[in-house]
Structure formats: C-alpha cells, structure tokens
Design a protein around this ligand. Structure first.
Ligand SMILES: N[C@@H](CCC(=O)N[C@@H](CS)C(=O)NCC(=O)O)C(=O)O
Length: 204
C-alpha cells in the first residue's frame, strides 16, 4: 500500500496529483503542519527534516517531491508520465523537473520563507525584490522552452508538467505577475486536469 504523508496546499499536491493521473490507490496521511505534527518524533522517524511530502511504499520510505515522482512514474507508470530512463525524452523530463525545482521554485520559496516560513527573527524582507526578479528570469526561460507546445515535453502531458504547474499555481498565490501568454494558456490547461481536482479533494 502506498501512503502519502502530507498537508493540503503544499508540495504534497505534486505527489497526489501524479498518483491520481496514474490511477493508483493510496492512503493520504495528514501531517498537520499547523499543529506541529511535522516535528513530532513519529513523523521525524519517517522524514527527519519534518517536511512533507513523504511517501512509503512497502519497506521503502522516500522524501523530496521530484524524487518521489520519478520513482512512482518509473515503477507504476509504464513510461506514460515519466519517460523511460536512458531515452532522450527522459533527459528532457529530468532537465525540466530540475529546472522547476532549482530555478523556478527557488526564488518563490525564498519569498515564502522570508514572508512566513522562517522564524520571524530570521526573515529578511530586502530579499523580496531580487527573488521576484529571479523568478521573472526563470519564467522567461520557461516561456521560451514551452514555445507553442501544449506541454513542456510536447503534445503529451507528463509529470514534469505537474512539477512546473504546481510551482506556477504557487506563483499566482504569491501574486507574482505572469505576463507570457503561452504560460497563461499552459496554466489554464493544467488547472482543469481531473487528476489535480481529485487530488485536492482527497487532501481536503
Ligand atoms: N525539497 C522538498 C521541500 C519540502 C518542503 O519544504 N515542504 C514544506 C511544505 S511545501 C514543509 O513541509 N514545510 C514544513 C517545515 O519546513 O517545517 C520537496 O520538494 O519535497
């Protein structure tokens, strides 16, 4: 049985969205971050960092949303959502998944950390402007990479679109401007995916 340890409106949604796209059964185990459950001894035994998502699949426990997604796609996806290792498509999949985490998410998370996530005494509001600028640089690269394709790898939706899409939804909630029409259309295509809507419902 697959168990996802998570909390609504967090990176957990990348994993639950993929699980829905793969039509896999799973248990959603709420780790109530607001009640401090991330730092309970019980959850730290699963993820020492206290962060979500984490996933258990029989004896395996995994953390890091992008790694969990590659694992699920490789094991259960028959190359439909995560391309097979060693193919050109997988190279491009990994490129965009890494880009999402390292370039697109990083400045947004800097904003998030310094707005609400870090202890108050650690927050440095001066970083906001540079982080917002960095996000715009990454957005421009994404717009060029996406071009006139429906999805980042071409005609077919993949788990890379989940990581990118989730990060773009996050940008909207952080009120970062998105001016590129191809990215706006991409967001419109992603936000109505039934897998996303079901995952959100299950997370509560
Ligand atoms: N790189 C990790 C980041 C995980 C992460 O920071 N999760 C946040 C929620 S989106 C969290 O659990 N924060 C609680 C905390 O930092 O204590 C991933 O992609 O899974």
């Amino acid at each position: 049985m697959i168990t996802v340890y998570g909390y609504p409106n967090t990176r957990t949604n990348r994993v639950t969205w993929l699980l829905e796209e793969l039509s896999l059964d799973y248990k959603f185990q709420l780790v109530d971050l607001m009640k401090g459950e991330g730092h309970s001894a019980e959850f730290r035994a699963i993820n020492p960092s206290g962060k979500v998502p984490a996933l258990s699949d029989e004896a395996l426990v995994l953390t890091e949303s992008a790694a969990i997604m590659s694992y699920l796609g490789d094991k259960y996806g028959e190359a439909s959502l995560v391309p097979s290792p060693g193919t050109a498509k997988r190279g491009l999949y990994d490129q965009w998944a890494c880009f999402a985490i390292a370039e697109l998410e990083q400045p947004l998370w800097t904003i998030g950390k310094h707005k609400f996530a870090l202890p108050k005494e650690r927050r440095v509001p001066e970083v906001f402007e540079t982080a917002a600028w960095e996000f715009q640089q990454a957005l421009a690269l994404l717009s060029t990479g996406l071009g006139d394709k429906n999805y980042i790898l071409g005609d077919d939706f993949s788990a890379a679109d989940i990581i990118l899409g989730h990060t773009l939804f996050w940008a909207i909630s952080f009120k970062q401007p998105i001016d590129q029409q191809n990215i706006k259309d991409y967001i419109d295509r992603l936000k109505v995916r039934p897998g996303l809507l079901t995952a959100k419902k299950k997370e509560g």
